[in-house]
Design a protein around this ligand. Structure first.
Ligand SMILES: N[C@@H](CCC(=O)N[C@@H](CS)C(=O)NCC(=O)O)C(=O)O
Length: 225
C-alpha cells in the first residue's frame, strides 16, 4: 500500500498513528506528496479528485481517501482484529463521534491557519473571531469528555482527538488552552507518549526521518511545500 504523505499533515498523522496502533505500519510505503489548497497537485488529482492528503493507493491500483475511509479499510480488510473501530454498534458510534469531533477541529484549525497567513489587511475579522469562539467551545467539550476518554479502550476517537489537539501546539502555540484545562492537558501529555504517536512526529522538515519501527519511505518528491 502506498500512502501519499507529508510530515506536516495532521490527517496523514492520524492515519499513520492508526496504522501503528493496528500493527500494520510496516506495510505502508510513503510517498512524499506536496499539496496546497491554492495550487492543485495534478499528479495527485488523477488518484484523488479532491487533491488531498492522505490518499492511499491499494495493491490493486485503486486509490482511496479520506483519512476516515483509509482507516475503515485498515480495520475491515487489513487488520480486522484491531480495536480502532469498535465492533459493538453503540461503542462504535461513540468512537466515530470523537473521530468526527477531532476531524472537525482539524478542519477549523486549517481554515484558521489559512486565514492567518493572508496579508493582515485582507484577513476577515469575523472569521478569525468565529474560529476563536468555536475553538474555545471544542476545547471545553473535549475537556468535559476526559473521564469518558479515559474510561474507554483506546480507539479511533482517541487517535483523532489527540492528533487534532497536538496540532494546536504545532501551529497555534499562542492558543494557551492548557492552563484552564489541566485534565485535558494531562490526557494529551499521555497521548503524546504513546509509541505510535512518538513514531510519527508532525514536523516541518520534509526530510526528517520517521522513527522505527517505520513505514518504508519511498519516492521522495523533489518538490517542496
Ligand atoms: N477530510 C480529509 C481532510 C484532508 C485534508 O484537508 N488534507 C489537507 C492536508 S493536511 C490537504 O490535502 N489540503 C490540500 C487542499 O485542500 O487542497 C481527511 O480526513 O483526510
Amino acid at each position: 500500500m502506498r500512502l501519499h504523505w507529508s510530515p506536516r499533515s495532521p490527517y496523514v498523522r492520524k492515519v499513520l498513528v492508526a496504522a501503528y496502533e493496528a500493527g500494520i505500519a510496516d506495510r505502508l510505503e510513503l510517498e512524499r506528496t506536496v499539496v496546497a489548497s491554492t495550487q492543485p497537485n495534478l499528479d495527485l488529482l488523477r488518484e484523488n479528485p479532491l487533491g488531498k492528503l492522505p490518499t492511499l493507493t491499494l495493491p490493486t491500483g485503486t486509490s482511496i481517501f479520506d483519512s476516515t475511509v483509509i482507516i475503515e479499510y485498515f480495520a475491515t480488510f487489513v487488520a480486522p482484529d484491531c480495536t480502532l473501530l469498535p465492533k459493538d454498534p453503540a461503542d462504535r458510534l461513540v468512537a466515530l463521534q470523537y473521530e468526527s469531533l477531532g476531524d472537525g477541529l482539524l478542519d477549523l484549525l486549517l481554515q484558521w491557519l489559512g486565514e492567518r497567513k493572508r496579508p493582515r489587511d485582507s484577513q476577515s475579522e469575523a472569521l478569525l473571531a468565529a474560529n476563536a469562539v468555536k475553538f474555545a467551545h471544542v476545547i471545553d467539550y473535549i475537556d468535559a469528555a476526559v473521564p469518558e476518554l479515559l474510561a474507554r479502550p483506546f480507539d479511533i476517537g482517541h487517535v483523532t482527538v489527540g492528533c487534532a489537539l497536538s496540532y494546536v501546539g504545532f501551529r497555534f502555540p499562542d492558543l494557551r488552552w492548557q492552563e484552564a484545562h489541566p485534565a485535558l492537558a494531562s490526557w494529551l501529555a499521555d497521548f503524546c507518549q504513546r509509541p505510535s504517536v512518538l513514531a510519527v512526529p508532525v514536523i516541518d522538515d520534509q526530510d526528517a526521518p520517521i522513527m522505527p519501527p517505520a513505514p518504508r519511505v519511498g519516492g521522495l518528491s523533489q518538490r517542496s511545500e
